[in-house]
Design a protein around this ligand. Sequence first.
Ligand code: NAD
Ligand code: 3PG
Length: 599
Amino acid sequence: MAASASSTILFSSKSSRASLSWKNQLASTSAFGISGVSLRRRRSSHRQFVVFSMDAKPTVLVAEKLGEAGLNLLKEFANVDCSYNLSPEELCTKISLCDALIVRSGTKVSREIFESSGGRLKVVGRAGVGIDNVDLAAATEHGCLVVNAPTANTVAAAEHGIALLTAMARNIAQADASVKAGKWLRNKYVGVSLVGKTLAVMGFGKVGSEVARRAKGLGMNVIAHDPYAPADRARAIGVELVSFDEALASADFISLHMPLTPATKKVLNDETFAKMKKGVRIVNVARGGVIDEEALVRALDAGIVAQAALDVFTVEPPPQDSKLIQHENVTATPHLGASTMEAQEGVAIEVAEAVVGALKGELSATAVNAPMVPAEVLSELKPYVVLAEKLGRLAVQLVAGGSGVKSVKVTYGSARAPDDLDTRLLRAMITKGLIEPISSVFINLVNADFTAKQRGLRIAEERILLDGSPESPVEFVQVQIANVESKFASAISDSGEIRVEGRVKDGVPHLTKVGSFEVDVSLEGSIILCSQVDQPGMIGKVGSVLGEENVNVSFMSVGRIAPRKQAVMAIGVDEQPSKESLKRIGEIPAIQEFVYLKL
Ligand SMILES: NC(=O)c1ccc[n+]([C@@H]2O[C@H](COP(=O)([O-])OP(=O)(O)OC[C@H]3O[C@@H](n4cnc5c(N)ncnc54)[C@H](O)[C@@H]3O)[C@@H](O)[C@H]2O)c1
Ligand SMILES: O=C(O)[C@H](O)COP(=O)(O)O
């Protein structure tokens, strides 16, 4: 029943909190993937998210050529700035004016870009699969969502892999160049057959499996190595999954289809080339960095590798005098795997939809650096999301000197089975509430964990399984901060932590407990908490001070241990009381302590 996690949340940079426009609010809601909602929170009696007006269009910078259909989609929603071939410096300058950036593999989205954006950049869209050109850690740290277009170019890449395989086996590129040079070298360009040969597909994901399927059609014996691929998927297309060494040792042809990661970097190197069959032929349409290119030149010179067909390179474009490119047994193309008309239109639409969706606050199915919360879960949790943030916000304001907050416990009371309640979003919102009032960062689902960890904030979660109907996902949410003092002593529970608890009533979040005192005040506007010995007339005294100041009281509630004993009064106010009126409340003789809390 008990679950714990150290984590956190929320939205963007805070230096310009005053000018916090829809963009930053957007950041929060979109990173949480709240569908169809967003930006400005209307101050109304039923506080809710509203879609921002179209006069505040976001700006999307498209830094590499994108298919027309994708551009049109973007233009329906945003101002679109197509600026290709920007230098890194120019990109850094422009980015501070942009809410989203769309790139292909030719643009390095470095840490400097996130730093230069001043917190405005909320989404990076990669119009393609590989995100090795995006500094994901920096994106996450800056609360920037990264989305890609993972499916639309799969077939194009697989077809290019097969094109390179067949072209290499029959020396098409070399023969073509020699004919164009006036030669007729029928003996020199005798090729090798594919049928009956063993092809090792390294990385049996989307592209790898499509290559395998096509190679089977060419009569090849296909094996694959992929530590993470399910064997039944391979079996279904007649492919055997084998170990890395077995793949290398048995292959006549090797086709690379894994992502570039620290684990795959230079995975083909002197040592692994030495494990291959002499005369092996290699195709790479994945990423140049998975091959140690100098080692490949040595393997080609030594005849271990008979031929290589390469679409991708460690540095793109590679230097013209590269020994690898110039090698007569190498066929090279300039990263064309995804470059078909069809794939580019598809990728453009896929990425544009993901970027617009993220900017609108919808779920992104292709987010690379954020956990996904299903749309139906989001819609159900919406009022609890607001409750969670406000409880976090209240709890931290009760701490005397907020920076000492390190240990937080969140308890969810729910009749739902633990597996049936996804609390990531709530935890994220609590973290947002906890951190934003005491720091200069905004937090969202993207950077929440990172920010919490960085601040040494540990959030433990506990579930209490309640009897009753599991219709509502959560009955109550309780936030406790341990090992701190409070500026409002009555907020300290019997067990010594600052404690606030809330519930959603008729869709509206309510504060229902402070310390050990039961109260009931809707979490709108702001709240004044007073403690006193329960006695007649207290509500009237505080109410008249506020009334004289024209501060509207939205809710009042008194929680007490017993009649005429210690009590806590919670007063919801629509307007911020002046310092003078707060002072006057503090001077009411029966009031022992009070605190004004902003929601
Ligand atoms: N040349 C191009 O234009 C082009 C086009 C599309 C994709 N790509 C590249 O092709 C690669 C594959 O793309 P995809 O869409 O198939 O991705 P994918 O995520 O569907 O597949 C990658 C597969 O690699 C596997 N893998 C991860 N680590 C591995 C390892 N150490 N050894 C073996 N397998 C490992 C994964 O389990 C996964 O199944 C990516 O690098 C992508 O950037 C290039
Ligand atoms: O990872 C990819 O999707 C491919 O490498 C395609 O890259 P590109 O969009 O730069 O052609």
